[in-house]
Ligand binder design. Structure first.
Ligand code: PMP
Length: 350
């Protein structure tokens, strides 16, 4: 089966993405996509970019997009790095800032790509157990380590920590890079971008995939000290200089500049989240408080797997992990109000 494979990939344990169903129409609440379309300005910008210039390579530095992000965040463009989705930015960051002989740390229940990168890049990690209420054990991420990865708000639990807590973490780990993955921060979390000027070891990573409804375009970015940004460029230019195509650069720039549309989208998602959480609690479910575009949910009597399968039979896809620590929990992405009503109806039946 693995004939001709390098040792590196023979030993790899790849990430398993959520199902993207083909054919049958599901209510798709399994990959934290935005239920609303991207800003009309994005489609206009992509249409404009889809012309004769496609024969030319894109700007490898993504300068216009970086300027747009920098303007929005009060940074300078040399504090911003863009790439092909934040997964790629994370992959570059693991390679740029962590060494095999220095154990990195992250929480035990967090984005499941972190252990995949750790293994694939030959790094070592310590995964610290969650607090009993599933909140992030931030104190345990302090002290001697080779780097820290904090998903804030955390996935799949949805709970975030304050900027003050992140600052404590940065102060306690001044000699290593602290990556703060803010994929979900726009749905009620507290961003750490404001700390970048004071902490040269902070790298904040965000994405256009969730709050800007562009999972299909593949754009993510990192923000941090210019020295860290240069480190990411060094990795990128050792692998593939043109990671963000012309259409993606144009579309993402338009999305970042359409602040009103962005705010409306986030507010709709958050309102639906609160309404759904309340209904689920009334139905007897335990629902963790969420600052993200998903809910982490369990039922006192029904196993997570039984709920997953029952929902699938009723045309609703959600996410479940076999990891025993969370196997009685489901992560349910926030869809439209109508989609959440379908979910609630299916759960009622179950
Ligand atoms: N970080 C977290 C915590 C995520 O859940 C995701 C989405 N799966 C990503 C990063 C990557 O998102 P993207 O590559 O679409 O930017």
């Amino acid at each position: 089966m693995k004939e001709f494979w390098s040792r590196r990939i023979v030993d790899a344990v790849p990430y398993v993405p959520g199902e993207q169903p083909k054919g049958q129409t599901f209510v798709k609440l399994n990959t934290n996509e935005c239920p609303y379309p991207p800003s009309p300005k994005v489609v206009e910008a992509i249409t404009r970019a889809a012309g004769e210039t496609l024969r030319l390579y894109p700007d490898p530095e993504c300068l216009e997009l970086r300027c747009a992000i920098a303007r929005r965040e009060g940074l300078s463009p040399d504090q911003v790095f863009c790439s092909n989705g934040s997964d790629e930015v994370l992959a570059f960051a693991f390679q740029a800032f962590f060494d095999p002989d220095k154990e990195i740390v992250f929480p035990q229940i967090t984005y499941s790509f972190y252990p995949v990168y750790t293994n694939y890049f030959g790094l070592t990690c310590r995964q610290v157990p969650m607090n009993p209420d599933f909140s992030t054990p931030v104190e345990e991420l302090m002290g001697k380590n080779g780097g820290v990865v904090l998903c804030n708000p955390n996935a799949p639990t949805g709970q975030g920590v304050s900027r003050e807590v992140v600052e404590k973490l940065l102060r306690a780990n001044p000699d290593v890079v602290v990556i703060v993955d803010e994929a979900y921060v726009d749905f009620g979390g507290e961003s750490s971008v404001g700390l970048i000027d004071r902490y040269p070891n902070l790298l904040v990573i965000q994405t256009a995939s969730k709050s800007r409804a562009l999972a299909g375009l593949r754009v993510g970015w990192a923000m941090g000290n210019p020295n860290l940004i240069q480190g990411l460029c060094c990795v990128r230019d050792s692998i593939n200089s043109y990671t963000v195509d012309r259409l993606a650069q144009a579309g993402a720039k338009a999305a970042v500049e359409d602040e009103d549309y962005f705010t409306q989208t986030c507010q709709k998602v958050m309102a639906t989240r609160e309404r759904t959480a309340q209904r689920l609690r009334e139905m007897g479910y335990t629902v963790l408080p969420s600052q993200a575009n998903f809910l982490f949910v369990s039922h006192p009597d029904k196993s997570g797997k039984a709920l997953l399968d029952g929902l699938r039979e009723r045309g609703v896809l959600v996410r479940w992990w076999s990891n025993p620590a969370i196997s009685n929990w489901l992560r349910i992405s926030i869809g439209t109000d109508a989609e959440m009503d379908t979910l609630l109806g299916a759960l009622q039946e179950l």
